[in-house]
Design a protein around this ligand. Structure first.
Ligand SMILES: [Zn+2]
Length: 390
């Protein structure tokens, strides 16, 4: 097979380079200072999204989820520069959650591309807070306390692929559960919690490593301090994942969170739901009437409440740059290198010998847009805008 050659600006150095790929590796990087490559065309590491509920009309938590849905969600995300992701299984009945986990595991078993693309499964719930506010949109009747046997049944259905589990650490028995879970190598995340502030430090001591969508899945009114948001923000051993669509967190909160955690401990997630990637309009979705706005906001029609996220990580990058003043390299680090480090997987990197999980994208700072032209996974072009019908 002829080597793949990509041209674009190197993210750290800013100059055009030519990258040759053979197999799944970058074999050579050469400076191309006189290249005719457009000035805004960049070569960037592929993005890694650790929280995806669905995309393009496809719901990973739907009652009729099958392995084909997992494959189609992955392909839709590849068009947005995402090279690996964590399908996210939310609070439901035990049987429904196991069905979903089995479908994802089956997709991984039968298709090597999906096996690579699924960096691990994120289970969000059912061991979360039953309180209104912290519980978010998770159905109250299926919220329950941590149960080791139930987790083992989930991991069994998932073929061992669960890599992140989000829970509320205030449940009785949660600390022993966190200790045991962390001991198996699963990333324990704090989220959808109503924990008293002092419970956060104990959860971190027990092995919790991540705050899931910090600042969301929380009470709308909180004691100003102390509270579980400050405690998580100040805990240096906790990474924080955040949704930077501008709806879930105001820009000032995003800026403050990124400054407090530092670029090195912040992870951008989409938390995208099935409506992500669809046209604006009114939809009947999961028994709810919702409105998807031109600005990507999904609201419960006629109310001020958010009903999910339509963000994708390519869109998150210019937004976090605009909200916080980080550089393009720092923004990509939060959406690629950091989630890979958290999961202990290899990420795409612009170095000779590095893994060829890459994207070629136009970064238009004034338009706050990152337009993905081409996505390469393990050296193979999986998306090419020039080959798509217009
Ligand atoms: Zn959530």
């Amino acid at each position: 097979m002829a080597p793949v050659v990509l041209v674009g600006r190197h993210p750290a150095r800013g100059i055009p380079v030519e990258v040759a790929i053979e197999g799944d590796r970058i074999t050579r990087i050469r400076d191309q200072p006189d290249s005719a490559s457009p000035p805004h065309l960049w070569l960037l590491p592929g993005l890694v999204d650790i929280q995806v509920n669905g995309y393009a009309g496809l719901d990973l938590n739907g009652p009729d989820v099958d392995p084909g849905v997992v494959t189609r969600v992955m392909r839709s995300l590849q068009a947005k520069g995402v090279t690996r992701f964590c399908p996210t299984v939310c609070t439901q009945s035990h049987d429904q959650m196991r069905r979903t986990l089995r479908a994802i595991a089956e997709a991984c078993r039968t298709d090597p591309r999906v096996r690579y693309g699924v960096a691990g499964i994120h289970v969000e719930g059912p061991f979360i807070s039953p309180e209104d506010g912290p519980r978010g949109a998770h159905p109250r009747e299926h919220v329950r306390p941590p149960d080791w046997e139930e987790f083992e049944a989930f991991q069994d259905a998932a073929g061992g692929r669960i890599r992140v589990l989000t829970l509320a650490p205030e449940w009785p028995g949660a600390l022993a559960f966190i200790r045991r879970l962390a001991g198996t190598g699963v990333v324990v995340a704090i989220g959808h919690t109503a924990a008293p502030p002092e419970a956060i430090g104990r959860a971190v001591e027990a092995g919790a490593r991540l705050s899931t969508h910090l600042g969301n899945g929380s009470h709308s009114m909180l004691q100003r301090h102390p509270n579980y948001i400050w405690e998580q923000l100040a805990a240096d051993d906790l990474w924080a994942s955040i949704i930077v669509d501008g709806h879930h967190l105001p820009p000032a909160v995003v800026k403050t969170f990124v400054r407090a955690k530092g670029v090195a401990r912040t992870i951008l997630i989409s938390d995208a739901v099935a409506l992500a990637g669809l046209s604006p309009g009114d939809y009947d979705w999961l028994g709810l009437r919702v409105t998807l706005g031109m600005d990507g906001r999904i609201g419960l029609t006629g109310t001020p409440y958010l009903a999910g996220s339509t963000l994708d990580l390519a869109a998150a990058i210019p937004k976090v740059i605009s909200f916080t003043g980080v550089t393009l390299v720092e923004a990509v680090t939060m959406a690629s290198t950091n989630p890979s480090r958290l999961l202990g997987i290899e990420s795409g990197i612009l170095e000779e010998g590095g893994r060829a999980d890459l994207m070629v994208a136009h970064y238009k700072q004034d338009a706050m847009a990152l337009e993905v032209q081409r996505t390469v996974v393990a050296g193979e072009t999986v998306w090419d805008a020039s080959q798509e019908p217009h």
